[in-house]
Structure formats: C-alpha cells, structure tokens
Design a protein around this ligand. Sequence first.
Ligand code: URA
Length: 198
Amino acid sequence: MSALNDLYKQITTCKKCDLYKCATKAVPGEGAENAELMFIGEAPGFHEDQLGRPFVGQAGQFLDKLIASINLKRPEVYITNVVKHRPPENREPLPNEIAACNEWLDRQIDIIQPKMIVTLGRYSMAKFFPDKSISKIHGTAFKRANVIYFAMYHPAAALHQQNLREAIEQDMLKIPALLAEMKNVPEVQKEPKQLSMF
Ligand code: URA
C-alpha cells in the first residue's frame, strides 16, 4: 500500500474530533502522489461529503476551470482541505477541529512534497500565514525551505463576486511562471521572502 493510501485509511477512521459523527464520508484528498502543485481548501461541503472527494460541487467546478486555465488536468495536481470531515450545515471549522486535523495535512505535505502550496481561502492561508489578511497577500508568492506558498481567494467566495473572481483568475495565471522560476530563486531560510517578479 502506498504511503498516501495508508494515510487515507487512517483519515477515514479518524475520531480525533466530533466531525466524523455527522459526516457521511471522510474526504482525505486526491491527486498525484508526485504533484508539484498542491491546493488546500477549507472543509468538505455537501457534495464532497456524499462522494468522499474534495471540490466536486460548484466551487469544485470553478476550481477545475481555473486548473485548466494553466493547462493542467485535475489528476496532475493534489487537492485537499484543512479539515477532512464536513462540518454540520457547512459551518466554518472550529479551532479544535482544525488542530485535530492538522497532523493529516502535515503528513500529506510530507508525502507529496509539492513545489508549490496554494491556499484557497482564509483557513488554509492561516496555517502558513497566521497574521496576514487574504485581501493583502492573495496572489503574492513566498518561498520557504524550497517551497513556494501562494494564497488565493476561496473559489466559492469568488464564484459570485465579480471582483474576487477576476482576482482569483488572475492569481491562478501567475502559477506556471512561479513554478518555472523557482529553480532559479535562491533559498530563503528564515522569513518568507516575497518573490521579486510580482
Ligand atoms: N470547499 C472547500 O473548501 N473544500 C471542498 O472540498 C469543497 C468546497
């Protein structure tokens, strides 16, 4: 069994917080084990909970379009969430639920070792940039320990707000150049450093 499948098995039976009690299926994540690009959303919604797959509802269809806009196919990237079980009534995940789930996300990152982590929305941004505001740092790349971190608005928020939609579409288009450029970008050891090209 691959390391990722072994992890999925553990996530599926996770009882570290109460979210599993109301959920239909766990939603561990999906995509290529060797993906360069990893997207991290917030939490599964209704459709994700039914199917056990991340981003398969309306926001997911928009994310698929965004991924296609940079000439990638969904199976070539990795997609997951901060929280692996659906919060009841799609409420926002609570701090204790995020903390309980954090180990799974860290292990996914360890296994996949993406070159670039794209956070979708405030909750996943907060894992890497706890003091930042998404309206300020979206579309800005930071490199730390040879990984680029890049915050974007959540596709669900951007779906119905034209200004956010334009921002998320434009931010997405920056990704290929950042991935290509990173080989030439000097490593920054401590503080995340804003890349000069944007
Ligand atoms: N929103 C998320 O943050 N994640 C999903 O998987 C679906 C919708």
